[in-house]
Design a protein around this ligand. Structure first.
Ligand SMILES: C[S@@+](CC[C@H](N)C(=O)[O-])C[C@H]1O[C@@H](n2cnc3c(N)ncnc32)[C@H](O)[C@@H]1O
Length: 354
């Protein structure tokens, strides 16, 4: 039975499901979920991410980690954790650059937070022979608690489940996934008691409540408040509160209906950075936000690209194309944002005046 068949059977039996429940089934169903069974990252796969665009991305983040550790007062042990490391490219590039910071490497314990078993295998392969040997956890709660932590999560917020609500004449209705008259999956609306206040909105407006993203930010914040450290959350998304449906499915780099092929496509939403920052600040942590462009420029990506181009002139055009893809205003530079959640008093690199 396909996941599509099972979801239809479940809806016939139990009624329509929330968009959050649908996302979780599509991404993590143990027998057919996208990440559980067939994640395909990269040019040959379904989507591409910043570390796959250029090694400079992971290298600069690695150096950011070492400098953050230095500004934390160089604790004797520190947990270096990447959440959702995909195929391991980012952390592998980071560890290579971190050979320039041997004291940090000597202090760091590497943890990868990864629910996907096929991706854990890819990560183990990528890191064979790397400067640190990784250990894995299923979730943030599985990380050791005795040391401060530096956490990285690139394109993870976007796969955490959201609920969607639409403003109707009589108030708010939740958008649900149910069955149409033709027996196929379709979206519908149902009046439901709300467990939180929603913003004033014009009739027809759709608002996403990113409970999964808020919970994730609160967990990162709780952790840096208790043990110290910082978390870097990078994703595409909004910097101001807004309305609109951002649920999208990607397969072979093409967008398709989120209901078309459950479990066979990557399913994402935009990160809701105002909600992420608010959830972190509610725990007492400090939180700043930069565009990816500003973040990478402050870390010196333009100089790094120039140095690489001088060392490998034959590659210069390719390097500058990659640079433009990462920081170009019409490319990833403005749509992607970098949130830093950190212990009060710590000023992580690039966030001095954020
Ligand atoms: C879009 S990929 C990004 C991969 C990688 N960070 C990159 O930039 O190439 C999303 C990653 O988050 C992981 N992931 C999905 N849901 C997660 C969750 N609830 N908690 C932690 N990681 C999750 C996926 O298995 C995958 O490794």
């Amino acid at each position: 039975m396909t996941l599509m068949d099972r979801l239809k059977a479940q809806i016939r039996l139990e009624g329509p499901m929330t968009v959050a429940q649908y996302m979780t089934a599509c991404l993590h169903d143990p027998d057919a979920g996208y990440y559980a069974t067939r994640p395909r990252l990269g040019a040959e796969g379904d989507f591409i991410t910043a570390p796959l665009v250029s090694q400079m991305f992971g290298e600069l983040i690695g150096l950011w980690c070492a400098e953050t550790w230095s500004r934390m007062g160089r604790p004797a042990r520190v947990t270096l954790a990447e959440v959702g490391p995909g195929d391991g490219t980012l952390i592998n590039d980071a560890l290579r650059a971190l050979k320039l910071a041997p004291d940090f490497l000597a202090a760091a314990d590497l943890w990868l937070v990864e629910p996907s078993s096929p991706l854990r295998d890819r990560q183990a392969e990528a890191l064979a022979g790397a400067a640190l040997e990784p250990r894995w956890a299923d979730g943030l709660a599985g990380l050791p608690v005795e040391n401060p932590a530096i956490l990285i999560a690139n394109e993870v917020l976007d796969c955490l489940p959201v609920r969607q609500f639409q403003r109707i004449e009589t108030g708010w209705a939740e958008r649900l996934v149910g069955l149409g008259e033709d027996g196929e999956l379709g979206f519908g609306l149902a009046r439901r008691p709300l467990d939180r206040a929603l913003p004033e909105a014009p009739l027809g407006a759709l608002v996403e409540v990113s409970a999964g993203q808020e919970a994730f930010a609160a967990q990162v914040a709780g952790r840096v408040m208790r043990q110290g450290g910082a978390g870097l959350l990078i994703d595409y998304g909004r910097a101001e509160p807004g309305f609109g449906d951002t649920l999208q499915a990607l397969k072979g780099h093409e967008r398709l209906s989120p209901l078309a092929t459950p479990g066979e496509a990557d399913l994402t939403v935009h990160a809701d950075f105002p909600a992420v920052l608010a959830a972190a600040r509610a725990e007492g942590a400090q939180a700043g936000l930069l565009t990816q462009r500003a973040f990478l420029l402050r870390l010196g990506i333009a100089e790094r690209a120039g140095a690489l181009a001088r060392a490998r002139p034959a590659q210069a055009d390719k390097l500058f194309r990659q640079l433009d893809r990462l920081i170009g205003e019409a490319q990833m530079g403005e749509l992607f944002k970098v949130a830093c959640i950190h212990a009060p008093g710590l000023v992580p690199p690039a966030f001095e005046a954020a």
